[in-house]
Design a binder for this molecule. Structure first.
Ligand code: CP
Length: 325
């Protein structure tokens, strides 16, 4: 039986509590709401009004980033430290992974150093599942695994911090129209956002992009598809922009980045089609002049930097729920 497909929800223990965070898909609405509610008081720690809390004192969090990151790796480290955990950042370039050690051998060796949590980013979809499955099979399910982005599959804490941001500015998910714009095909962020938005009761989730960058059958996830950005942005409350994931593209899916910007770049003129109080989000890293104009990225409707700060609180909440004393 596959860890990813069978046996109930492998992220939850028999009491329905989170044991690992691997994906938002299949998580009950109550669990998502509990994470967002738990994050709320941690915003005071994220904003440094309160320095530290002792919830992870004596616990060891290992950051295993096999792929580059600025926001996720740093905010996980800050979050763990503000929970009073010991944080170990494995430098993959200088680790024995570069000598051919397998992912599971690396995990076994770090587990032998009394790890309590692995935060894993990997270019291969399913890598965090593989580690969690291995830990379960070897009786070490007390070590928690958090997916920090795997291939094009999932980026659950990004999806959750995005939901926290939406709730902060818009309060009620059940009254919203949300547009996700760009390279949905290669985006783990988009998948996590779609699962979170539909689970939390957003009545209309739109995906906007050229046919070549939208997954076949994406409607089955409960979204409306638009190939015309102007049409898709009309009347929306939230615009979630996506980066072109060039590192995951195979072959030429676009005529040029200039053409892409003309059709799918978010400019002030296109944003004016959304509701006047619409917010603009982006998970980062941004490519200015490709998917977003600087006038929008730095404008009054952008909440891109608050997203990053909320990410600390949300990651604190996830780690505290998984391993808190
Ligand atoms: N949003 C996001 O995952 O950014 P990083 O790649 O910098 O972590």
């Amino acid at each position: 039986m596959s860890f990813m497909n069978g046996g109930g929800n492998p992220q939850l223990n028999r009491h329905g509590e989170l044991n690992h965070l691997l994906t938002i898909e299949g998580l009950p609405r109550e669990v998502l709401e509990r994470i967002l509610d738990t994050a709320a008081p941690f915003t005071e720690v994220a904003e440094r009004e309160v320095k530290k809390v002792p919830l992870l004192r004596g616990k060891s969090v290992f950051n295993l980033f096999f792929e580059n990151s600025t926001r996720t790796r740093t905010t996980f480290e800050i979050a763990a430290k503000r929970l009073s955990a010991d944080v170990i950042n494995l430098n993959i370039n200088t680790s024995s992974a570069s000598k051919g050690e397998t992912l599971l051998d690396t995990a076994d060796n770090l587990a032998a150093m009394q790890a309590d949590m692995f935060v894993v980013r990997h270019a291969s979809s399913g890598a965090p599942y593989l580690i969690a499955q291995h830990l379960r099979a070897t009786g070490r399910d007390h070590i928690h695994v958090v997916n920090a982005g795997d291939g094009r599959h999932a980026h659950p804490t990004q999806g959750l911090l995005d939901m926290y941001t939406v709730r902060h500015y818009k309060k009620d998910f059940t009254q919203l129209t949300v547009a996700i714009v760009g390279d949905v095909l290669h985006s783990r962020v988009a998948r996590s956002q779609i699962h979170a938005l539909t689970t939390l009761g957003v009545p209309e989730v739109r995906v906007i992009g050229p046919k070549t960058l939208l997954p076949t059958g994406v409607e089955r996830l409960g979204v409306r598809v638009f190939n015309d950005m102007r049409e898709g942005l009309r009347g929306v409350d939230v615009v979630m922009m996506l980066r072109l994931q060039n590192e995951r593209m195979q072959g030429a899916l676009l005529p040029s980045t200039q053409e892409y910007f003309k059709s799918y770049g978010l400019t002030p003129e296109k944003l004016a089609l959304a509701k006047p109080d619409a917010i603009v989000m982006h998970p980062g890293p941004m490519n200015r002049g490709v998917e977003i104009d600087s006038a929008v990225a730095d404008g009054g409707q952008a909440v891109i930097l608050p997203q990053v700060t909320f990410g600390i609180a949300v990651r604190m909440a996830v780690m505290a729920m998984l391993a808190g004393n």
